[in-house]
Design a protein around this ligand. Sequence first.
Ligand code: KG4
Ligand code: ZN
Length: 333
Amino acid sequence: MSIILGIESSCDETSASICIDGEILSNVIANQAIHHQYGGVVPELASRVHQQNIIPAVHQAIVQAKINKNHIDAVAFTRGPGLLGSLLIGTSFAKSFALANSIPLIEVNHMQAHILAHFIDHPKPTFPFLCLTVSGGHTQIVLVKDYFDMQIVGETLDDAAGEAFDKTAKILNLPYPGGPLIDQHAKTGDPKKYKFPEPQIPELNFSFSGLKTSILYFVRDQLKANPNFLIENMNDVCASVQARIVSILLNKLKKAADLYQIKDVAIAGGVSANSGLREGLIQLAAQKNWNVFIPKFEYCTDNAAMIAIAGYYKYLNKDFVGQDVAPLARMPF
Ligand code: KG4
Ligand code: ZN
């Protein structure tokens, strides 16, 4: 039997999870409300709040899983990518915990963990599969050949999809983080009312900065003509923007699946919580005869369950790191 403690602290969620033999028994997530008033994550504040939250989060994860902390076999932590000050808190805690309990330490790549979240519940994808990984910092199409054998076959050349949602929300005067709010407004809006451009980017890559600029100019011009434009049309603007972001993502995913002749297709990361993306993927899968894998909401945005499950598969391979390990703000696969 193996009991893994997973720790996630790459951005503004402090999270701890217990995994026993590949089964998640707890997944405690402490969100940081403090950033809302600044319209984005303030790195210095994020690390301070991680420092306050990490021990209570770990304690609660152990209590909820009803295990004895002395029975934990290994501690897995996010080494990167992420905010360095935030990663340092999780890394330092994990190192201290491993040292104090004489147990192995397992480093996890946050973006790989988003993908491995698909191995928490059933049905699990079979290798090889494609995963569209869309978060606040990354937008990637990944060819997943094995648990830790992954190849990025397409990625954004500028903004990430989550950033496109968050920056649009800012233009629309919606609070941070804007993605879930745009999703909410879009539910009752007309996605065909406004047409935003689809960038022509070669191969399987993405670009979202042009879309952001076109939304900025569009809203500015509309407000000049009608100062109440946003009040009157918020839902239609959100639905139209969301429809464009989703079509950009799904068109590239379709291209990748055709190119690699793959029928098992997954989405992961914070933006995979978006209802337009989830519905669009289900429709596309029906047309293309794909098997699709869409994570539960709690495993879309940042969480330690995905770190613990990735840690479990590394534990099986005895893939451990030493006490000299340091976090990485940028971390390739
Ligand atoms: O994976 P994640 O929690 O953190 C990073 O690793 O970046 O992703 C956060 C991103 C944010 O940009 C947030 O606005 C976006 O995911 N997001 C959404 C939704 N829920 C979270 N975007 C659109 N619709 C949603 N429902
Ligand atoms: Zn993430």
